[in-house]
Write a protein that binds this ligand. Structure first.
Ligand code: B12
Length: 590
């Protein structure tokens, strides 16, 4: 049974020629090369992978930190100061993940008029070099590089700043820049940038953070591992590069977290980039977050001690759930991690990996099944799976939910759902939380809302989907009619859908520090349509003020309320307000 046909996925009559794009990357590699920087010079290595292999041989655990502020001077200070303060007390930081802002994903000549979030903005290639000259710490450029319209210019600048670990393939599959619709240009730039890295005379780690990709939306971890194998096929078999995988945001079960690392060790001989912190378990309270930090970090430290894969560990600062961290908070988290790694010296004797290895067997076997199912299914749809352009764009357009439903290795159950071979916990946890919330509601309120049959447009302003998934799960259980605008939904699209479906309300989930500018644009679009549905907004309601002195986002709840929106900390806040104003209406199909 054919799952898809080509016209559904790649309707374009003509697509850019992959071989030409690859040749362009190879040609560029003649002039654009990795240049020396303090990290490469201090450690006398040609690439970070050479350094990683040496550290693995010495049984050393490596340390990673994300850094990046709107102000370049603050980012430069952070690059130097974190290293100096740790070095002064005998601790190490081996690499920095450079948190570029999504503004950097656009071609440089467009950035002045494009939205900005909370990340770092580099004005020119010299800025890349000035940054990596600030300390002998390896620069990992893993955000808004590969996968973006500006992939070629950003990757070129990173290579010339001495970076030999560049990503992020995962972002190609899920990240959408506001008001950017040219997927062909985005895919072309990514193919050329991948070829540019693959043609370098030194080993470039082509990084993919699975949690930036499809992983957060799969119910089955073996599909996540299948994506590892598919991306390795694209980067290594089709483009001749070296693929490395980062995982961790959504891996809260220590057993599957360890199993995933041990499975990666069995399918890859390239040192890993980093294992990401389990950010989704972070709460508001700092004290508890130190327990959250230890709970995942110890697993990652032991994983590297008993079977080194070269993944640096990544201690997430305890303010993670609130906003981007300050320099002091990053230093504290790194000191915590260095000390914990030292304390864990004899912990490996306590660990039995039998169960983790059994799960690793399943991840590899079913991951391979998923990979084969996808490649066969796409071939049957006349997608050329030997063509990286067609394959990458097809995967991006099909998306996580359909890929898992159509090609997942698990048994197909009722409602087109597949039984996970190895359960991924996040989505199931959100559904269970929604059940709990609705069951705990006051019965009158629940009945009133269910009777309302309200029509609600839902949307996320960026890639963050969990808040929206949770919200929709609650509203569905209250029989509301949902109009889903998806992730990274532009204000004009949301307003048009509200008009088209005569929506009672719009529910916006936002996380990237654009809450205020997004609401302003949405208000303008609704005015243009002469409609004024209620607006509910939740997530991270902050934004960096234009005249910010410290590059830190500030709460904008009052400004949102002044624009006549209901700013919500919890979903319950919306339910109470909705019940107060919405009139019962006929449900579609009643
Ligand atoms: C998971 C996560 C990711 C995942 C998202 C996976 C996915 N597909 O959803 C990934 C790894 C992809 C990701 C990417 C990024 N992230 Co992120 N992410 C998080 C994280 C860890 C959890 C957020 C989450 O989903 N929580 C689960 C939900 C269910 O809980 P909740 O947010 O508390 O939601 C509750 C309420 O807010 C409410 N709610 C939520 N929405 C709505 C809407 C309405 C209408 C209502 C009524 C209620 C409501 O309901 C929920 C239950 O009560 C947070 C940090 C944290 N721990 O909070 C950072 C965080 C939000 N991310 C952040 C950033 C900066 C990014 C990136 C830009 C980083 C980068 N440079 O690439 C990218 C985004 C790029 C893009 N293209 O958009 C920052 C935001 C900074 C800020 N605004 O100050 C945070 C705070 C981390 C940090 N400290 O720096 N991220």
């Amino acid at each position: 049974m054919k799952h898809f046909n080509r016209a559904q996925i790649l309707p374009e009559k003509k697509l850019p020629d992959a071989n030409e794009l690859i040749a362009e990357g190879k040609n560029l590699a003649q002039s654009v090369r990795v240049k020396p920087n303090p990290f490469l010079e201090t450690h006398k290595v040609a690439s970070e992978s050479e350094y990683k292999r040496a550290m693995m041989a010495r049984g050393e655990v490596m340390f990673h930190s994300q850094i990046g502020y709107r102000q370049f001077s603050k980012s430069q200070r952070a690059y130097a100061e974190i290293y100096q303060r740790l070095n002064a007390v005998g601790y190490r930081i081996d690499r920095y993940g450079i948190c570029l802002d999504w503004n950097m994903g656009y071609p440089s000549h467009e950035r002045a008029t494009r939205p900005r979030g909370t990340g770092m903005i580099l004005e020119c290639a010299e800025d890349y070099r000035a940054l990596t000259q600030s300390a002998p710490v390896a620069p990992h450029f893993g955000d808004f590089m590969m996968g973006m319209p500006a992939a070629v210019e950003n990757v070129s600048a990173a290579l010339e700043a001495g970076s030999t670990s560049i990503g992020n393939l995962g972002q190609f599959f899920t990240y959408r820049l506001p008001q950017w619709h040219d997927e062909l240009a985005q895919t072309s730039a990514t193919i050329t940038a991948l070829a540019l890295c693959s043609a370098q005379p030194v080993e470039i780690l082509i990084h993919s953070n699975l949690d930036d990709g499809f992983a957060p939306l799969f119910n089955d971890l073996t599909c996540v591992f299948g994506i590892v194998l598919l991306e390795k096929y694209i980067v290594e078999t089709l483009l001749g590069g070296h693929a490395v995988h980062c995982y961790g945001h959504t891996f809260e079960n220590p057993l599957t977290r360890l199993a995933f690392q041990r499975a990666l060790a069995r399918v890859s001989d390239t040192p890993g980039s980093m294992v990401y912190g389990n950010t989704t378990i972070y709460l508001e309270g700092e004290a508890e977050n130190y327990a959250n930090l230890a709970s995942y970090l110890l697993v990652d430290i032991l994983a590297q001690k008993i079977l080194p894969t070269g993944h640096a560990i990544n201690p997430i600062p305890v303010t993670e759930a609130i906003r981007i961290p300050e320099i002091d908070e990053i230093v504290n988290a790194q000191m915590f991690a260095n000390r914990l790694a030292a304390r864990a010296e004899n912990f490996p004797e306590l660990l039995d990996t039998t169960r983790a290895d059994a799960i690793a067997d399943q991840l590899i076997a079913s991951g391979k099944q998923f990979q084969e199912n996808v490649l066969q299914g796409l071939s049957e749809a006349e997608i050329d799976i030997a063509n990286p352009f067609e394959l990458m764009l097809a995967l991006r357009r099909i998306g996580a939910k359909k890929l898992e439903r159509e090609f997942g290795p698990g048994e197909l159950r009722a409602e087109q759902k597949r039984a996970p071979v190895v359960m991924a916990t996040t989505i199931a946890a959100l559904q269970a939380r929604a059940d709990k919330l609705v069951n705990a509601l006051d019965a009158n309120l629940r009945d009133e809302l269910s009777a309302s049959g309200a029509i609600v447009v839902t949307a996320s302003t960026d890639v963050h989907e969990y808040g929206k998934i949770f919200l929709e799960a609650v509203l569905e259980r209250l029989d509301m009619q949902l109009i889903d605008c998806g992730i990274a939904a532009d204000p004009d699209v949301v307003a048009a859908r509200a008009k088209q479906f005569h929506a009672d309300a719009i529910a916006i989930s936002t996380y990237n520090g654009i809450a205020l500018s997004y609401l302003r644009e949405l208000r303008n679009e609704l005015q243009r349509h002469h409609i004024s549905p209620m607006i509910f907004i939740g997530g991270r309601l902050n934004q960096i003020p234009e005249d910010s002195a410290n590059s830190m986002p500030e709460d904008v709840t009052e400004e949102l309320r002044a624009l006549d929106a209901t700013a919500c900390v919890r979903v319950e806040d919306m339910l109470v307000e909705l019940s107060r104003v919405v009139e019962p209406r006929e449900k579609v199909g009643d």
